[in-house]
Design a protein around this ligand. Structure first.
Ligand code: TK8
Length: 339
């Protein structure tokens, strides 16, 4: 009896001694998550990364800590993807377009005029097709959590207004490092030059390139209006961003930790899409106020551009596979009748 009591007392003492130590150790050393992204802190991307970081801190009681590293300080998208695959970096958000070299199915999202509204994009990306594409990532060493909105892309340049197809002739246009974008703008007659986003501002400033294309939000947050005079409303493609984790690292997490990240990613996605759409709604007026000259395309010129651009569809379909292409078209038809 006495012995049992003594053992019990010893056990309690041991528990008392180790419990505070264990929690202390966790307090001192939370799980650190290096989360890289390409835009500035004061951008829709930067704001949403902060929402993600706060949600992770809250849900984990401070045991998981997201260190947000923006402005491509960890390198451009492609470099961060490799760091994730190698396990040298935990997380990032970037364009699906720069992932095509790793997962060819991502090229689906580069199809010009694939969707006609943000709501259609949400339904497609969050639905079975978007999830099927995400499911191709783990075999490449990546885990895809959610898609965020980058948005509909529009054309800017420093030479002259682009009101018709021929105005693009000879324009040195920066495109993302992706063959669909390269082919698309070559088809339009521009001199397309692939460059990482992190080099874009200075390339525009030094006139290494004359123009670029990105959503209004980015033209504003990256201050492209300082080096670009003309903006043509083309809405030629909807770009998603994707939140990625290193699979090597992900597999070391507990189920609870993975759930914290998945939930926080979903919360950040919902915030990000709303925030981005609100900002896009007022960005055009702000860009005008900053001195940009903005022009719409006539319906006839829009149609000509669309006709040229959709010629890349066949190569996108071949790239991603005919089955996925057909499934996407069927899913879009379904989404459109649902509304
Ligand atoms: C930011 C990029 C950017 C994209 C581009 O890292 O490269 O033009 O639109 O958002 O991913």
């Amino acid at each position: 009896m006495k012995l049992t009591r003594r053992i019990l007392a010893a056990a309690t003492l041991a528990a008392l001694a180790t419990a505070p130590l264990a929690s202390l150790a966790q307090d001192i050393k939370p799980r650190l998550i290096r989360f890289g992204y390409g835009l500035n802190e004061q951008s829709n991307q930067g704001r949403a990364v902060k929402v993600f970081a706060d949600a992770v801190a809250k849900a984990s009681g401070g045991k998981m800590k997201v260190r947000a590293i923006g402005a491509a300080a960890l390198g451009p998208d492609t470099q961060m993807q490799q760091a994730l695959i190698g396990g040298a970096q935990e997380m990032m958000v970037g364009s699906t377009a720069t992932l095509v070299g790793i997962t060819k199915e991502m090229a689906l999202w580069d199809t010009p005029f694939l969707v006609s509204s943000g709501q259609e994009a949400d339904a497609l990306l969050d639905g079975p097709v978007g999830q099927k594409v995400i499911a191709r990532l783990p075999e490449k060493g990546l885990v895809g959590l959610v898609y965020w909105e980058n948005g509909f892309r529009n054309l800017t340049n420093s030479k002259h207004p682009v009101a018709k197809l021929e105005d693009l002739n000879g324009i040195k246009l920066r495109v993302m490092q992706n063959n669909v974008f390269l082919d698309s703008f070559q088809a339009l007659g521009a001199n397309a030059i692939p460059l990482p986003f992190s080099e874009l501002f200075s390339a525009l400033e030094t006139k290494t390139v004359d123009g670029q294309e990105n959503p209004y939000n980015t033209i504003l947050s990256s201050k492209f209006y300082e080096v670009q005079k003309y903006l043509s409303v083309t809405n030629h493609v909807y770009s998603p961003w994707i939140v990625l984790a290193s699979k090597k690292w992900w597999d070391t997490l507990s189920k609870d930790e993975q759930k914290v990240l998945v939930d926080a990613a979903k919360a950040s996605r919902d915030y990000e899409r709303k925030d981005t759409r609100e900002e896009a709604g007022r960005a055009l007026a702000e860009l005008k106020a900053k001195g940009m000259q903005i022009n719409e395309l006539s319906p006839a010129e829009s149609a000509r551009m669309r006709d040229k651009l959709t010629r890349v569809n066949a190569s996108v379909a071949a790239n991603v596979g005919m089955d996925l292409w057909n499934e996407t078209q069927a899913e879009l038809a379904k989404i459109r009748t649902r509304k």
